[in-house]
Design a protein around this ligand. Structure first.
Ligand code: NDP
Ligand code: 2IT
Length: 446
């Protein structure tokens, strides 16, 4: 549709060079033509143009002292994309690859993902090119304190509520929270992913991986299949991967790979609960490399600088980073008999890979839907904070499962209603978009 192409051309011209942002925008725009045709009011109100332009993008310098007393300079970002549905909400990523383009792609996707959760949360993302790898705890603390010394004036429990993402876990959230509290003298739910003993929610650490598998379960159920007995290939070995593996094991699946940025391990016997506990200790406590797995479990092999997609599997679960499955990887998966892909990472499949899934009739759970369990549980943490309450594991997990099942149903319903039955990629975009777009119409020209 000409109108949609025009908007995309304008984004590319205005934000030249922001390739990840362009990719994320096009993935949404290309699916919305039937919605715009049926709802001319969105075009009149220029909803798409407004959605492609963040409410504000904050960039700042983060200066800190390393353990040797040297001055270090990093760049910090927070992009507040859209708050039609609730306070800005989305994670912080600390990784050397972080740029404005990366933060904008993540913030843009977050708008639609958060909308799908049906919780009152808008979309945002932030981060820094700071690399926590190899840094001491005190260096990480000083960095986080300096980062929050600028960020605190832009966030708040009813304004913008950051959380974790790559390189930001419980340790970083703790240091960020401590500095916010010191600067404001307020103990309030300004961040999610906090430790349970001081305002965090049970199940938040597990939520993204668990939710990804609940979504997978629903996709398979619709095809008369289940996770039990299926061979699964997982990438990453961080927060999302660990709890994805845990939940696959719970449903009786077999996980044969995990990875990090140095390569992947293949364990033909399967990564069982005991081996997973070993990986969790390696990654979360010792902060080591996945290659060490083969020393502890010698029947496994390590494949340096490779991703795991060539290992034959029934189900692929990307949980590391963007664009980690390209067209060739997707073709290999399909040729090896893969029947389902559920995305834990954000935008892990390239546009070409997504086409390969469709042609191969692979059940495809797109990131916006399949990994929304993390932010959904963050929203439950916000609710508990607002109530000065703490719910049980069972209560939070049941709510997470309900939300993920509902997201699956929304995707199916929207895909059907707009002429693409069974296409969850299209369904997720449309269902996520409609709630935000209608809220923007209600709230006038702002
Ligand atoms: P972690 O930092 O805990 O783990 C990231 C994992 O991915 C590590 O194993 C890391 O390896 C690997 N990885 C990161 N970057 C690359 C890269 N460029 N190439 C290869 N491997 C890489 O992050 P999370 O588990 O929290 O996040 C993983 C993905 O899930 C991200 O895409 C994130 O946006 C997404 N996500 C996270 C949510 C959350 O709640 N945490 C919610 C929804 C989505 P190494 O240690 O070597 O860097
Ligand atoms: O990509 C994501 O949804 C996250 N990193 C989680 C965001 C959140 O606010 O919990």
């Amino acid at each position: 549709m000409d109108y949609i192409n025009q908007i995309f051309e304008h984004v590319k011209e205005r934000d030249a060079g922001q390739l990840e942002f362009h990719q994320a925008v096009w993935e949404v725009l290309e699916t919305l033509a039937p919605v715009i045709e049926r709802n001319p009011q969105f075009r009149e109100a220029r909803i798409l143009e407004r959605l492609c332009e963040p409410d504000r993008a904050i960039q700042f310098r983060v200066t800190w002292l390393d353990d040797a007393g040297q001055v270090q300079v990093n760049r910090g970002f927070r992009v507040q994309f859209n708050n039609a549905l609730g306070p800005y909400k989305g994670g912080l990523r600390f990784h050397p690859s972080v740029t404005l383009s990366i933060v904008k792609f993540l913030g843009f996707e977050q708008i639609f993902k958060n909308s799908l959760t049906t919780r009152p949360i808008g979309g945002a993302k932030g981060g820094s090119d700071f690399d926590p790898k190899g840094k001491s705890d005190t260096e990480v603390m000083r960095f986080c304190q300096s980062f929050m010394t600028e960020l605190f004036r832009h966030v708040g429990p009813n304004v913008d509520v950051p959380a974790g993402d790559i390189g930001v876990g419980g340790r970083e959230v703790g240091y960020l929270y401590g500095q916010y509290k010191r600067l404001t003298n307020r103990w309030e739910g300004v961040l999610t992913g906090k430790s349970y003993t001081w305002g965090g929610s049970l199940i938040r650490p597990e939520a993204t991986g668990y939710g990804q598998v609940y979504f997978l379960r629903e996709m398979l159920k619709a095809r008369g299949q289940s996770i039990g007995g299926k061979t699964c290939v997982v990438s990453g070995s961080g927060n999302v991967s660990q709890y994805c593996v845990e939940k696959i094991l719970h449903y009786g699946g077999k996980v044969v790979t995990m990875s990090d940025s140095s390569g992947f391990i293949h364990d033909p016997d399967g990564i069982d609960a005991e081996k997973l506990a070993w990986v969790m200790d390696l990654k979360n406590v010792r902060r080591g490399r996945i290659r060490d797995y083969v020393h502890a479990f010698p029947r496994a092999s390590f494949h340096e600088d490779k991703n795991p997609w060539a290992v034959p599997c029934d189900i692929a679960l990307p949980c590391a980073t963007q664009n980690e499955i390209d067209t060739d990887d997707a073709s290999t998966l399909v040729n090896n008999g893969c029947i389902a892909v559920s995305e834990g990472a954000n935008m892990p499949s390239t546009p070409g890979a997504i086409q390969v899934y469709a042609a191969g009739r692979v059940a495809y759970g797109p990131a916006k839907a399949a990994n929304a369990g993390g932010v959904a549980t963050s929203a439950l943490e916000m609710t508990q904070n607002a109530q000065f309450d703490a719910w049980s594991r069972e209560q939070v997990d049941a709510e997470l499962d309900r939300i993920m099942t509902n997201i699956y149903q929304q995707c199916v319903g929207a895909a059907e209603e707009y002429g693409n039955p069974g296409d969850l990629f299209v369904g997720a975009n449309i269902a996520g978009f409609l709630r935000v777009a209608n809220a923007m119409l209600d709230q006038g020209v702002v």
